[in-house]
Design a protein around this ligand. Structure first.
Ligand code: HEM
Length: 197
């Protein structure tokens, strides 16, 4: 049986549910790469956005050499983050989509969809030569999708963490109740085995 198959035969031939972590050690490393790149991009973007805002507010051009370097860094980091996000999303989904915490699964899908909007809008805005988004209305819509999606990402990550925490909290109390003998035999214990510690 592979790591991804949580059901395997037990000693007595009965199916035994094996815990597969939604984020295992290798995915954890990949997630760390995503976090580091995202944090660098966040700092970089705050600088770019601040300069753009001051330009709009003052009517002066403020984009100097340093701005160009920071913008180039944005493109480099932006292209670097694409692969880890695209690889992490489906691998994590494969481990997590059958979990009983359906709200967390829904929150995860919403989070990944927002990440795709962020990445695709970034690629669309990049003047690659082959493909240039020139139409002003389309470019403006894509620009705002690109600026708003990181904020939506931050909100959705917080929702996901809150939903996951609430579930663990309920699990903890179910386990305590089980220890105290308050549970109906079978049900929550099975549930705990499926979800893991
Ligand atoms: C965590 C990921 C990202 C964040 C937080 C982010 C954030 C931002 C923000 C706030 C701006 C507006 C800056 C300004 O108004 O001056 C911007 C612009 C831009 N971003 Fe990103 N971005 C991310 C990823 C990417 C990716 C993956 C790409 C391309 C592959 C990309 C390409 C661009 C481009 C080309 C612009 C300039 C748009 C324009 O001024 O027309 N970004 N980004």
């Amino acid at each position: 049986m592979g790591l991804q198959d949580p059901v395997e035969a037990g000693a007595a031939g009965r199916p035994r549910i094996r815990y597969v972590p939604a984020v295992g050690p290798r995915l954890r490393k990949l997630l760390l790469v995503v976090f580091v790149l995202f944090a660098l991009l966040a700092v970089d973007s705050v600088y770019l956005g601040t300069i753009t805002w001051f330009e709009w507010w003052s009517g002066n051009t403020l984009q100097d050499y340093f701005y160009q370097v920071v913008f180039l860094l944005h493109l480099v980091l932006g292209f670097l983050i694409i692969a880890p996000v695209i690889v992490f999303g489906p691998l994590h989904f494969r481990n997590a989509w059958k979990r009983p915490n359906r709200r967390a699964v829904g929150a995860g899908i919403a989070l990944f969809s927002t990440a795709l909007v962020l990445l695709l809008s970034g690629i669309a805005l990049t003047r690659l030569g082959l493909f240039d988004l020139k139409d002003p209305a389309l470019r403006s819509g894509t620009y705002w999708a690109h600026v708003i999606s990181p904020l939506a990402l931050a909100v959705r990550s917080t929702v996901l963490l809150a939903v996951a925490r609430a579930h663990r909290h309920r699990q903890f109390h179910s386990r305590q109740d089980a220890d105290d003998g308050f549970l109906l035999p079978g049900m929550p214990q099975r549930h705990l085995r499926e979800v893991g510690p």
